[in-house]
Design a protein. Structure first.
Length: 259
């Protein structure tokens, strides 16, 4: 049962709100927010962060970075009630016509996790083995998620360090040009911009993205645990009412039909 996908605007508006707060603070201090923009500093921090991350992971894994970033911008809205209704329907069908009667319904299900589990049930695999296979699928899926989370954490740690390196590089240039005191102030200010960019990328972009991917992993594993219980309840030919109450126990009390 494929869930609808939406754009998670919080991923966009969060950094936007933070950057606006910084700009307003600079304006209130009678400064110019555009003075904080410096192309070479951005290139140094962003490029250095990508390079260090590339070194930390195999190239095949690093190539997945755009996909992991996109995952933080997309939002699936799971519909647990639709899945509960599906398992109630399957439980009723299994009680009336046996597990083989599920074969026709199985072909209509788009979610491969549910469909593959029903295949095992229809084939007469023991419940303990069905649970083991599904939980192993869950574990492997979560491990794949952890790769993206770890990569974001790596970038969140590297970006501030690259900012400090950029500042050191800038200060070295300043110290090499002490003959013109009038340029010292602006040059030092530009040098410290790389520290600002490193902190912003690490704490405003990569770290929140990693946390968002963690939350998405927890949400998906929660739904999958409910699916496992639904599959096993259907396999045991439990009463549809019991199936509904068992699966609704996963939901917040306000969302249950039986309270």
């Amino acid at each position: 049962m494929k869930q609808p996908v939406y754009m998670d605007f919080a991923t966009i508006f969060g950094p936007f709100v933070a950057l606006c707060a910084i700009a307003v603070a600079v304006l209130l201090d009678h400064g110019n927010p555009f003075s904080l923009i410096n192309g070479p500093s951005i290139i140094l921090v962003a490029g250095g962060t990508l390079g260090a991350t590339m070194m930390a992971y195999p190239l095949k894994t690093f190539a997945m970075l755009p996909k992991y970033i996109w995952q933080s911008f997309r939002m699936e809205k799971p519909n647990p009630h639709a899945q509960i209704n599906l398992f109630v329907k399957l439980a009723d069908r299994a009680r009336r016509g046996g597990l083989l009667a599920l074969e026709e319904d199985m072909l209509k299900i788009k979610d491969p996790f549910i469909r593959n589990a029903l295949m095992l049930v229809v084939d007469g695999i023991a419940p303990d083995e069905v649970r083991r296979v599904m939980e192993n699928d869950n574990e492997m899926t979560s491990q794949r998620h952890q790769t993206g989370i770890a990569m974001m954490s790596t970038m969140a740690g590297v970006a501030p360090a690259m900012g400090m390196i950029g500042t050191v590089v800038g200060l070295i240039g300043v110290m090499g040009n002490l003959s013109d005191p009038s340029q010292l102030g602006p040059s030092i200010a530009v040098a410290f911009l790389t520290t600002l960019y490193g902190s912003l990328l690490g704490n405003l972009v990569f770290s929140p993205m990693g946390n968002k991917l963690k939350q998405k992993d927890k949400e998906e594993m929660f739904i999958r645990e409910m699916i496992i219980e639904g599959i096993l309840a259907v396999q045991e030919s439990e009463n549809p009412r019991i199936v509904r109450q068992k699966l609704e126990s996963f939901l917040h009390p306000a969302l249950r039909t039986h309270r």
